[in-house]
Design a protein around this ligand. Structure first.
Ligand code: G16
Length: 542
């Protein structure tokens, strides 16, 4: 097999954001864009010679072509073995599990997650390490450095290989094993959860609806919920994966999963509703007439995970990203276990999980997971809830009501201002950052700031420090707001404003929007959001 060195030059900005390198699909399809980045990953991680990789993606537009390009580059760089999902498809949690199970050196995951797919939408590539988790900040820096001095791409001169049939194929010296994307993941879920108890719940008349949003989880959800647990076939909606996700936005939240939300809030609601995103790592949980925020879901799971067999031993500790509400902190305090506050990004949980300091972790951005893999896991969260419901005999609404009575309620909402002019967003943040020290004691729209800072994180395992991870404003009366710019968008800037108000007694069933309205007004007054961006309301409220 011939191997060519294709001359190339650095392409500016090949630096992963919160989760991998996400760009417009056409940018990824431009000459040598993908090739440069893959070669930089290989160069930045010490070469591919003899190594084993997992390779797969969420099936979005350009997935199939990108897989072939990556295989040729891996063959050109002397990789020993590649494990690929059939058809080039793997959910992100399944890929993380396979890396760990097969002892692979790393994995290439093709996805822009919840971002839309299509030639005029988004594409992405994320490199995961041998622990199954996203590359750390240190590894990311090494990849960036490699991308900045790249001069050649080593590529095998080989034809496309078919990935439709299971089995082994070779490209020169490289062995490519095509595996069923669902089987191993299913076996892992079987180990963690009592699927027979869920099946008995369903057999007893419990009804559910899972929205796969025409993304990667359709086949996984059918195998688990329908084939294994006996739910009716129409329990999985939008279950056929499509390269453009049916033109939708595969983000499991009340805005983008509006049909499911409408059903769950209506008179014919099933007992349980859930959704997952483009690559299957996010989740949304809804009961009949009861939406569960991701922060509350994490807290509830932390409180009740011992009801699932894989967690019966209890939890070593928990972690949440900083903008996530402190609901889980209250559970951890009551249980006497450690609770860590990390920056946004699943990669920051990796060291804590590897060191055995935490069992569970989660984020406000619809991510929940545990030490079973090193990614967040959408269907895992769904099964965890179903397992808890099956064992406790309580509905979603009853579980949440009990939880709030026990721990108080952290009313929570995230307001997103999308596609804001990047310069305007950057100056809004930097001007506010400069004023942080002067804010305590000042009143805004009737609320007084008690503390304000720029969040920095010192990793307790490796000591690395990540600064400027979000501006935090604390107010009298237990309210907190966080402002940060998203690291996953592909056009303009997305300003995220996270609002939280703790209420421990009185009415715990108020509308979150009403409770948080004074805080939202105070944040607008402090940060001058409307005045600077011209936006009088957020584009998305979750
Ligand atoms: C990614 C990361 C998450 C992060 C989320 C939002 O999720 O894996 O850790 O919380 O983006 O990040 P940002 O606020 O910077 O947009 P996913 O599901 O897109 O991979």
């Amino acid at each position: 097999m011939l191997i060519h060195d294709i001359p190339t030059a650095p392409i500016a900005g090949q630096k992963a954001g919160t989760s991998g390198l996400r760009r417009k699909t056409r940018e990824y399809m431009a000459p040598l864009f993908l090739e440069n980045y893959v070669q930089a990953i290989i160069d930045g991680t010490g070469g591919a010679q003899g190594k084993t990789y997992v390779l797969g993606g969420d099936g979005r537009y350009f997935n199939a072509e990108a897989i072939q390009i990556i295989l040729r580059i891996l063959a050109g760089n002397g990789a020993g073995r590649v494990i690929v999902g059939q058809g080039g498809v793997l959910s992100t949690p399944a890929a993380s599990h396979l890396i760990r199970k097969t002892g692979a050196d790393g994995g290439f995951i093709l996805s822009a997650s919840h971002n839309p797919g299509g030639i005029d939408a988004d594409f992405g590539l994320k490199y995961n390490m041998a622990n199954g988790g996203p590359a750390t900040e240190t590894m990311t820096a090494a990849i960036v450095a490699a991308s900045e001095k790249i001069t050649r791409i080593r590529m095998a001169d080989s034809a496309d290989i078919t990935l439709d049939a299971l089995g082994e194929v070779t490209i020169g010296a490289i062995q490519v094993r095509v595996i069923d994307p669902v089987d191993d993941y299913l076996a892992l879920m079987e180990e963690l959860f009592d699927l027979d108890a869920i099946a008995a719940l369903v057999a007893g008349g419990f009804t559910l609806r899972f929205d796969a949003m025409h993304a990667v989880t359709g086949p996984y959800a059918r195998a688990l919920l329908v084939d294994r647990c006996g739910a009716s076939p129409d329990s999985v909606m939008n279950g056929t994966p499509l390269p453009d996700f049916g033109g939708g936005h595969p983000d499991p939240n009340p805005v983008w999963a509006a049909d499911l939300m409408g059903l769950m809030m209506g008179p014919d609601a099933p007992d349980f509703g859930a959704a997952s995103d483009g690559d299957g790592d996010r989740n949304m949980i809804v009961g009949r007439g009861c939406y569960v925020t991701p922060s509350d879901s994490l807290a509830l799971i932390a409180d009740r995970a011992h009801l699932a067999k894989g967690y019966a031993r209890g939890l070593a500790g928990v972690a949440r990203s900083m903008p996530t509400s402190a609901a889980v902190d209250r559970v951890a305090a009551a249980k006497g276990i450690a609770c860590f506050e990390t920056p946004t990004g699943w990669k920051f949980f990796g060291n804590l999980l590897d060191a055995g300091r935490i069992t569970l972790c989660g984020e406000e951005s619809a991510g929940t997971g545990s030490d079973h893999i090193r990614e967040k896991d959408g269907l895992w969260a769904v099964l965890m809830w179903l397992n808890i419901i099956a064992v406790s005999g309580q509905s979603v609404a009853a579980l949440m009501a009990t939880h709030w009575r026990t721990y108080g309620r952290n009313y929570y909402s995230r307001h997103d201002y999308e596609d804001v002019d990047s310069a305007v967003a950057a100056s809004l943040m930097s001007d506010l950052r400069e004023r942080l020290e002067s804010l305590p004691g000042q009143g805004f729209a009737g609320l007084t700031v008690t503390k304000a800072d720029d969040f920095a994180y010192a990793d307790p395992v490796d000591g690395s420090v990540s600064s400027s991870q979000g501006l935090r404003l604390f107010f009298e009366g237990g309210a907190r707001a966080v402002l940060r710019l998203s690291g996953t968008g592909t056009s303009g800037a997305t300003l995220r404003v996270y609002l939280e108000q703790l209420v421990t007694d009185g009415d715990l069933h108020q509308d979150a929007g009403d409770v948080l309205a004074p805080l939202a007004a105070a944040v607008d007054a402090v940060a001058e959001i409307a005045a600077r961006t011209g936006r009088t309301a957020p584009d998305v409220r979750t």
